[in-house]
Design a protein around this ligand. Sequence first.
Ligand code: ADP
Ligand code: MG
Length: 633
Amino acid sequence: MTKKQKKVLARIIISALLLVVIGIITSEKLSIPYLSDNRIVGLILYIIPYLVIGYDILKKAFKGIKNKQVFDENFLMAVATIGAMVLGEYREGVAVMLFYQIGELFQSYAVGKSRRNISELMDIRPDYANVLGENGTEQVDPDEVEIGTVIEVSPGEKIPIDGIVVDGTASVNTSALTGESIPKTVTAGDEVISGCINMTGVLRIKTTKEFGESTVSKILDLVENASSKKSRSENFISRFAHYYTPAVCYGALALALLPPIVRMIMGLTPDFGDWIYRALTFLVISCPCALVISIPLTFFAGIGGASKAGVLVKGSNYLEALAGVKHIVFDKTGTLTKGNFEVTGIHHSEMERDEILDLVAHAESFSNHPIGKSVQEAYGKELDKSRVTDVEEISGKGITAKVDGKKVAVGNSKMMELNFVPYKDCHSVGTILHIAIDDEYAGHIVISDVLKDNSKDAIKRLKKLGVDHTVMLTGDSKKVAEHVAGELGISEVNSELLPGDKVSKVEELLELTNDREKLAFVGDGINDAPVLSRADVGIAMGALGSDAAIEAADIVLMDDDPLKIVKAIGISKKCMRIVYENIYFAIGVKIICLILGALGIANMWLAIFADVGVMVIAVLNAIRALMVKRIAV
Ligand code: ADP
Ligand code: MG
């Protein structure tokens, strides 16, 4: 509890005790002279606990009136309780304030707790970096570490800044980032990202980024800014409160005045006191706090729970959209397949196998594409990049470069057509890399990719969640694409697409969507950033360490397990279910109480219990969104 909360608690206890004591000494049974029968004495006594508990609410209400923002909860409470005191219902007046404050305290405690929870969940912010100097290490603020500095990370410490290991071997744990604890061994030459925890040996790391540009900072920024993007439900609630509160106030005024006037016209006694009391009850009941607080809290908890599971959501609006996804479009390579191509055969005509592989691997030596990297790996020897000039990578087609002065073109059939080189087809199932050297066809390399272990399961579970339209887009050949789609049970395939074609295909599919049925695109962020930003919800997977993907996507999956997509949708659905439960529950109880209040059946006690009760239940329900462990994946 914070200091402020403790102070409110003390005020609650003091005024509750006073209320009880005054209640006893003024009770009619004791009939103490002046105490039990004098209204003025009663007012003077009860005003003490009233002010103890309510002075700040009265002050806020007064400020609101001065700033011409009259209609808020403080105003409702102030009018209702002052009215009760004027009518001589002292006990009700104090009790309404008292319970209102209990409710507020509970709510601020719950919000504070879930906020703390989230920062605990994302306990990845490093406090210091150990910079290696001439005489040992020195602890400095990570913000002050320049690129290229060597830092030391001991076992148990967080890696504060992204970099490359220069010395040492250790097992690092990424669980704070991904939600999954799969330790990874790193050694000299390996890239490491900030936020991981060093489990075993001492590592010396040469930083490659500033702290502000490191993975940790990017992720924290993203999580901290998530609540600024409001969902439609949240906007609905603030619009609702904007019209609702004044409407209720005028309704109460009408309830206080109209029936007595009508009664007077009809020649009956006006019963002003009775109707004013009903109007005040009406005001207490109508306080919209349960809704106003619990909806944003639910999204907040949902986003927090998701980040614990390694799913970063950039705003409540995306969480809401994700729950409505009916069409899901996947990129193939690196998303559904591992993207680790294996060279399964080299079919060549005149040149030797080794010579071809040597030229191709060098041509690909600058490529970050999964194919490029796999070829480099298959080559297995040190690459001499000085042999390579004029590298040009053509998205969706392949690469051209000069190696030892020879023009090498590698890629799919489109690449060959681009260079007017006739090529030979191959009957092997797999991605065919055609090779032309000095514009002469030199044969092809067959490479094959494998499905990720969980891809098939993920598609099946998505269907169970009601996402029945699954589409795969790929730049790979039709044969490979159809093979993969068939294996996975994907309903629609589009192959041999250039990156631009993927955008137009997604635009075409977006015509199928509407307010309730959304389209999500899942990619690895490598050359699909335009598509990620075009879809209703862009999901980047395996984004750990890939800045482009973190920037372009709306939802970032920290590892590359396709089941995370299912988990993300499961979390969003649970969160939206809680949001709707709270909206219906709170509005429902309010309407019932308002009717009972207007009819004179509900008194102020019931009203305040209903209000605080609904709020407590709604807030507890909202906190459930934080619990994502049991969501099946
Ligand atoms: P995907 O849609 O499966 O992610 P891309 O659009 O990245 O695939 O690439 C489509 C095709 O272009 C690949 O299947 C390959 O034939 C060719 N290609 C792309 N980049 C390269 C490269 N660096 N080297 C060789 N071929 C490439
Ligand atoms: Mg791709």
